[in-house]
Design a protein around this ligand. Structure first.
Ligand SMILES: [Zn+2]
Length: 173
């Protein structure tokens, strides 16, 4: 009897990983222009879909969201593994931004729940394994059935722009 994967498993299916089919997927190792998470901070908030910038990390909308308001918390440094975050300010801000993503999304959308986490390594489903990023995915009751469909659909750029502006405003409130 085949086991039906639950919603959580479908959520983290590697082939739907952020940016995996997008431009700028890194081909090599090391910090370079090909890494989208290294490139985004050099763009405007609007172009990069950046919601908030901290001293060590930033929050950005996922270009290929699993759900509306799907955010990523990303360190500026090109590090792959969670354990490489420096003790102190960098780790603290990474955690603080994760919490702030949740409170901000809740403030604007009344999300019922969240999936929060990191895929560590390609084998675990990381589309951009070379650069650490934490997913913050809001969930609503009943969204399970259409999520796999949504996840394969690129959201209209204007919708992402509107979502970014909404979250950026709420972030500072
Ligand atoms: Zn990078």
């Amino acid at each position: 009897m085949a086991l039906e994967p639950d919603a959580f498993e479908r959520l983290w299916t590697p082939h739907r990983m952020a940016y995996i089919r997008g431009e700028g997927k890194p081909s090599g190792s090391g910090e370079d222009e090909a890494c989208p998470f290294c490139r985004i901070p050099g763009q405007s908030d609007e172009d990069g879909l950046v919601v908030a910038r901290g001293e060590h990390v930033y929050a950005v909308l996922n270009l290929y969201p699993y759900n509306a308001g799907h955010l990523l918390v990303v360190p500026y440094r090109h590090i792959a593994d969670y354990t490489e975050l420096l003790e102190g300010a960098e780790t603290a801000e990474f955690s603080a931004f994760t919490k702030r993503c949740m409170t901000t999304v809740r403030a604007v959308s009344a999300a019922h729940g969240f999936n929060v986490g990191m895929n560590q390594g390609s084998v675990a489903g990381a589309g951009i394994a070379a650069h650490l990023h934490q997913h913050v995915v809001p969930r609503w009751g009943g969204d399970t059935n259409f999520m796999p469909v949504v996840a394969r659909t690129r959201v209209l750029p204007q919708l992402l722009a509107d979502t970014r502006a909404l979250l950026a405003e709420a972030w500072g409130a």
